[in-house]
Design a protein around this ligand. Structure first.
Ligand SMILES: [Zn+2]
Length: 214
């Protein structure tokens, strides 16, 4: 009796004394099964940092949160402007700081993502931009209204019926539509800055606040 390695084996040898190869059929199948290489255990993978979504207009959650906060801010501002018209302008700064803060706060709460202060500022910028777009649309609408002589006359008659100083001031402006529209455009630029800067600051503060809490 001979093993495949060439060693001569005694009659009833179960294993080869040289290479260890089993000589019985049942042992051989087991031997082949054991030969199937067990893959060595994988070294533990380093923890994957949570994927941070980019804060931009392609991020649906960021868009949604910023639109909601922007509209809320505009409603809040309108309410302030109606109740305390003289202070509304000053209120823009804290209001938009709050808007940016709220947007960052809400976004982190909704997604559980850890975003950087820069991303918070971007979120604040987006929020301010939506609010600004609404103001631009309203301004364009107003400019179109004012440039139409018939509508202007109507607006003037409405304004003259109201004797408050603000409406009288507006009536005076309405008499010179070109100046009125120029003033409107200048105001838009101011609004853009008044909206975006505090809102970006608020966004950064919102991220700081949420990160400290976690
Ligand atoms: Zn052998």
């Amino acid at each position: 009796m001979q093993c495949t390695c060439g060693a001569t084996l005694p009659e009833d040898a179960r294993f080869c004394h040289r290479c260890g190869r089993p000589q019985f059929e049942e042992d051989l199948t087991r031997f082949h099964e054991e030969q199937v290489v067990v893959p060595p255990p994988q070294p533990p993978q380093p923890p994957v940092p949570p994927i941070q979504a980019r804060i931009d207009f392609g991020n649906r959650r960021a868009v949604l949160v910023s639109i909601v906060i922007a509209m809320l801010t505009l409603v809040l501002f309108t309410m302030c402007a109606v109740t305390i018209p003289f202070a509304a302008g000053i209120l823009l700064l804290p209001l938009f700081c709050l808007a940016g803060f709220g947007a960052a706060y809400l976004y982190i709460r909704q997604t559980g993502e850890k975003i950087s202060p820069q991303s918070g500022a971007r979120l604040g910028f987006m929020t301010a931009l939506w609010a600004f777009l609404v103001v631009v649309l309203l301004s364009v609408l107003l400019a179109v209204l004012v440039s139409d002589p018939g509508l202007r006359r109507e607006l003037l008659s409405v304004a003259s019926a109201n004797s408050s100083p603000a409406t009288q001031e507006l009536a005076k402006l309405l008499n010179d539509p070109r100046k009125f529209i120029l003033l409107l455009m200048g105001q838009l630029l101011v609004y853009f800055c008044l909206f975006t800067f505090p809102s970006m600051l608020g966004g950064m503060l919102g991220v700081r606040f949420q990160t400290k809490k976690q």
